[in-house]
Design a protein around this ligand. Structure first.
Ligand code: GCU
Length: 614
């Protein structure tokens, strides 16, 4: 679909300054409930009422004060003389999950506030607990239930939930959500990104139900500090009536009672034998059951080890080469955010067709369809928070925002064996405050999850003649270095002149070429000198692959990018039209010549690495 032409002026949010006066951080939140699918009482997806509110009329008075008559009240005229200037019932609708940009041409370029309303019926149990769980809302969500503000969340790609026990009514309940996708200089990401700012409730909304005492979180992975042992952590809500936690993995013959401390936490390292390790070739998942008091919960969890030794990445103790590709979370055929498991399966299926064993989910945590399918389909994963390009490194609120998005990413997915890398940044400038900011993020990630590796996509280099030296002190902080390089594209010289470039990696660490590539309009043909042709793009790939083969510390590649994707920064008429054309596949799902070049390279690499002696 070509970029939709709006028949309306581009609506730009007025009163941007007002936005900053609103509380920007998350509040009223409950710690994330693990495995919400297993706790679901009602899925609240479907058709929601919506009111587009560019001037925050539903939240501020004409004197710009927070109004007590906001849209969260869902008021209706009670008598003919009453003045109510909005009506959810009579307003247009939006699908949830889904971005608003691709559901209504009026909203294609809209950036600002949209109100959502969902009515739902429930018959609450007095001895149960209830939570409203949001898979994600881009970028700030303020949530009201039956006219009462539950709280708000900042961050467009991670889940959040509120406890609503005792706030649900017997019968009809009114859920109202204000979503604001206005970009902010202090945001994470900030004002400028090379992807479309898809706004809205972009992932599923669920009403969760649990017993009074329940296992809020659990973490089951092989213990990196004790080979042959399983690291198990659990957190119990309402621990007093729960007693201990029971863990069962029948296929391993494991049954264990774990002690719970005064804070409701349990942690143990348990010997396990005859483990079938999770690998891309054999993505074995174990049925894991946990119980506490009357609470029972099950999950499917893969077991594998990941570590670095010098320049090698070891999966289950064996050196591995990551044959990857970068992916944005954009629907394979229609643009807009991925919302279904089928769309996720299509994207990951294309990666498999490319002969990948690895995907870089750029530049933000993708929906849980992608990570659960990667577990099942056998794809190693690089998962990333949107600390992208220029960030306000010295703003404490910005750090808190990045930290909470990191914690939410890790909390949601720390049981997914496919994820081996947590990435804390992409192409951030080299300076002191940035190094401090990212070092603290890396420390927090390691504290939460000692079982995975930390990485970031770097791009600082020094070039002298035919030698390119990686030159970024963040390299000392990460376990695995990602590096983005666009020789042959963001350079005047043609790619032919780069094949013999020599790379110097001063760090004895594994290097992943986390981005390289070029743009091409699918179906546009010419010579390798003709920019935007498939031949030009393929020639960049051929020469880049020849060059990176010579990088001694190279242990993976993830070219940019699997599929053309929408970006407000790409406006060359008839070629880009608000699409970034660096995809190996077009926005209509058609493969370009470079797809074959990349697949052949991966077939060679797979054969070479399989032939390596153990
Ligand atoms: C950068 C960036 C991507 C961007 C790409 C490009 O490396 O990480 O988000 O889309 O280059 O310029 O196409």
């Amino acid at each position: 679909m070509a970029a939709m032409k709006t028949s309306y002026p581009i609506l730009v949010v007025a009163g941007l300054a007002l936005m900053n006066s609103l509380p920007g951080q998350s509040s009223g939140l409950f710690p994330l409930v693990q495995n919400p699918e297993a706790r679901t009482e009602q899925v609240l997806d479907g058709t929601w009422d919506r009111i587009v509110d560019p001037y925050l009329t539903g939240y501020l008075s004409y004197h710009s004060e927070v109004s007590e008559w906001g849209f969260f009240r869902d008021d209706k005229a009670q008598k003919p003389s009453d003045l109510v200037e909005y009506s959810f019932a009579d307003s247009p609708k939006l699908k949830v999950p889904g971005d608003w940009n691709t559901q209504d041409e009026q909203l294609f370029l809209y950036e600002g506030n949209v109100w959502y309303r969902r009515l739902f019926e429930v018959d609450p149990d007095s001895d149960a607990r209830y939570f409203l769980y949001f898979g994600a809302a881009n970028y700030e969500a303020m949530v009201f239930l039956n006219g009462r503000k539950l709280g708000q969340h900042t961050g467009g790609f991670t889940p959040f939930n509120f406890e609503v026990t005792g706030l649900l009514k017997e019968g009809r309940n009114v859920l109202v959500v204000k979503v604001d996708d206005t970009r902010k200089p202090e945001g994470v990401p900030n004002l400028i990104t090379d992807w479309w700012n898809y706004g809205g409730i972009t992932r599923s909304v669920r009403l969760l139900k649990t017993p009074e005492a329940f296992i809020r979180d659990y973490f089951v992975q092989l213990d990196p500090d004790h080979p042959g042992q399983l690291l198990v952590r659990a957190e119990i809500e309402g621990k007093d009536s729960a007693g201990g936690v029971r863990l069962e993995i029948p296929e391993l013959g494991l049954e264990e009672e774990l002690e719970v401390d005064a804070d409701g936490r349990a942690e143990a390292s348990l010997p396990v034998e005859n483990v079938t390790y999770w690998t891309p070739e054999q993505p074995h998942l174990y049925e894991v059951a946990l119980a506490a008091g009357e609470d029972r919960i099950g999950d499917q969890i893969g077991l594998r080890t990941i570590e670095v030794r010098g320049q090698d990445i070891l999966l289950n103790g064996k050196p591995v080469f990551l044959r990857g590709v970068c992916i944005h979370e954009e629907s394979p055929m229609d643009g807009g955010r991925v919302t279904t498991e089928d769309e996720a399966r299509t994207l990951l299926g294309w990666a498999k067709d490319l002969n990948c064993n690895f995907v870089r989910l750029a530049h933000y945590p993708h929906n849980s369809h992608m990570t659960r399918l990667a577990d099942r389909m056998g794809l190693l994963v690089w998962s990333e928070i949107p600390v992208y390009w220029a960030i306000q490194w010295e703003n404490p609120e910005t750090f808190e925002n990045a930290r909470s998005q990191l914690e939410e990413m890790i909390s949601r997915d720390h049981n997914r064996a496919s994820i081996i890398l947590w990435s804390i940044a992409n192409e951030t400038p080299v300076n002191g405050p940035r190094l401090d900011f990212l070092s603290r993020l890396a420390g927090r990630a390691r504290e939460m999850d000692p079982t995975r590796l930390i990485t970031a996509a770097l791009n600082a280099q020094s070039v002298e003649g035919k030698t390119l030296k990686i030159d970024d002190p963040l390299s000392a902080v990460v376990d695995v270095m990602g590096f983005n390089s666009y020789l042959g594209w963001y350079t005047r010289e043609l790619a032919d002149e780069f094949a013999d470039m020599k790379w110097v990696n001063p760090y004895n660490k594994p290097l992943i070429m986390s981005e390289f590539g070029a743009g091409a309009l699918q179906g546009y043909h010419g010579t390798k000198e003709d920019r935007w042709t498939e031949e030009f793009q393929a020639n960049v790939y051929v020469n880049n692959l020849e060059m990176i083969r010579g990088i001694e510390s190279l242990r993976g590649t993830s070219p940019w990018i699997l599929k053309d994707f929408r970006s407000p920064r790409r406006m060359l008429p008839h070629i880009q039209d608000f699409w970034n054309r660096k995809g190996l596949v077009s926005d209509r799902g058609i493969r370009k010549q470079a797809f074959r070049v990349m697949r052949e390279f991966y077939e060679e690499m797979e054969a070479e690495w399989e032939a390596k002696p153990e």
